[in-house]
Write a protein of this length. Structure first.
Length: 85
């Protein structure tokens, strides 16, 4: 653990083994991913967990509006949330 702070961890918060180029995604989605990755870098699991539902909802709306593909949506959830529906 990075410190005695119960809201910090040294464990990865997303799946580093999934390689995915975000450059074609809508800018706001890219920004959300960068924010999630910053929380991971800081080990801030609490902020990550608070941000992820917003990311999931926005990614799903991008998929439904055909701004991203179903594949994009599922891979993003697998990488950053460990799940997909």
């Amino acid at each position: 653990m990075k410190s005695n702070d119960p809201f910090k961890t040294d464990k990865p918060l997303y799946d580093y083994s999934i390689d995915y180029d975000i450059s074609h995604l809508p800018k706001l989605l890219q920004d959300m991913i960068k924010e999630l990755e910053a929380f991971d870098k800081d080990g801030d699991w609490f902020s990550y967990d608070m941000k992820f539902p917003e990311f999931d909802i926005f990614a799903k709306s991008c998929w439904r509006e055909r701004k991203i593909t179903e594949y994009d949506y599922k891979i993003l959830l697998r990488k950053y949330g460990g799940i997909y529906d």
